[in-house]
Design a protein. Structure first.
Length: 330
């Protein structure tokens, strides 16, 4: 998905304490900090100075228009197709893969599975792995400070969606972004997928339109396209954007972090557990964001299932004093 990159440094994930789950091991935290001389700048001042990104605006208008059109072509079959693709793209792809696996290295899976999950993530229209991971590491490095790409301190609407409409689009520019994600840049698959991140969603659009047309006629094909691509992507984008905006504005704080991160139960419900954002900022490497039994975290449940199947290992889980909770490293 188009967004711009013109500001702050790569993430330095805070130190985190971990405890084992069944068949889970501990692993020291890996730092992704980059030398100051390599830093570039993100944030409202830097990106708005470069002007509106017309390509991003056009794409977003088209997808939102398609999402509205989908509402007039409802069938239960199309809803089911959308739901399945949504889970693969947003839950498996963005939450479990881009965020907890690739950005923070909260657990490990076999490379073939990492690549499959990455392809699922590109279906969300949020860019390739190097772009997404780089932007998010910048956010953690300068969270709610000047240079944070989407802090609500620069405006609630800016944090939610305004930040993607300005500045140069760097989705395919892996060399520029490699300073933030050298670990991914060294991987040929992630480098290739970062350049051609649009390919899986384009193929899915063609398949949905073609198969729907063949088996149900032209309106079925169009309906499948609008539900399986436009409405699905639009809902997924706003779910992700709520983590950027709402969880830095409303909610409770378990940990006294240096940013405005909050725990939001309703954002967690909408995003598969990503709403426990204060927990996450306090212990960024932890693959588990819901740190109590009542904190809804399906993304961690998915990781736990992978572990039970022998497909996930070295799962990092935050350990803290419940009477005196402190961020990692304090």
């Amino acid at each position: 998905m188009a967004s711009s990159l013109t500001a702050p440094s790569a993430e330095t994930a805070a130190d985190t304490l971990v405890e084992s789950l069944p068949a889970v091991t501990r692993e020291p935290r890996k730092s992704h900090a980059m030398p100051a001389r390599q830093e570039v700048h993100l944030g409202r001042a830097a990106t708005t100075a470069e002007g509106l990104n017309s390509g991003t605006v056009i794409v977003m208008v088209l997808f939102h228009a398609g999402a509205l059109g989908a509402l007039f072509l409802f069938t239960w079959q199309r809803l089911l197709v959308m739901a399945i693709l949504y889970v693969l793209a947003i839950n498996v792809g963005i939450g479990m893969c881009y965020h907890r696996l690739l950005t923070h290295r909260g657990y490990q899976v076999p490379k073939w599975l990492e690549y499959v999950m990455t392809m699922c993530a590109t279906m969300a229209l949020e860019g390739g792995p190097i772009f997404w991971v780089s932007t998010h590491r910048v956010h953690h490095q300068l969270s709610d400070q000047e240079g944070d790409p989407h802090t609500p301190r620069e405006g609630k609407w800016w944090a939610h969606t305004g930040w993607i409409f300005f500045g140069e689009s760097l989705h395919a520019k892996t060399v520029v972004l490699s300073r933030y994600s050298p670990d991914l840049m060294r991987d040929r698959f992630h480098s290739w997928m970062s350049k051609y991140h649009w390919l899986p969603i384009a193929v899915s659009a063609v398949l949905l339109l073609s198969l729907g047309w063949i088996f149900g006629g032209p309106m079925t094909g169009v309906g499948m396209l609008l539900w399986g691509v436009c409405l699905r992507v639009t809902l997924g984008l706003h779910a992700t954007w709520l983590v950027n905006s709402a969880t830095h504005i409303w909610g409770n704080r378990r940990f006294e972090t240096r940013d405005d991160s909050r725990n939001s139960w309703w954002v967690a419900m909408l995003t598969g557990g990503e709403g426990w954002h204060n927990n996450h900022h306090a212990h960024p490497v932890s693959a588990r964001h819901g740190l109590t039994w009542y904190e809804f975290d399906p993304h961690f449940w998915g990781i736990w299932i992978l572990a039970k199947l022998g497909l996930a290992k070295k799962i990092q889980v935050a350990k803290f004093d419940r009477e005196n909770p402190k961020p990692a490293g304090l």
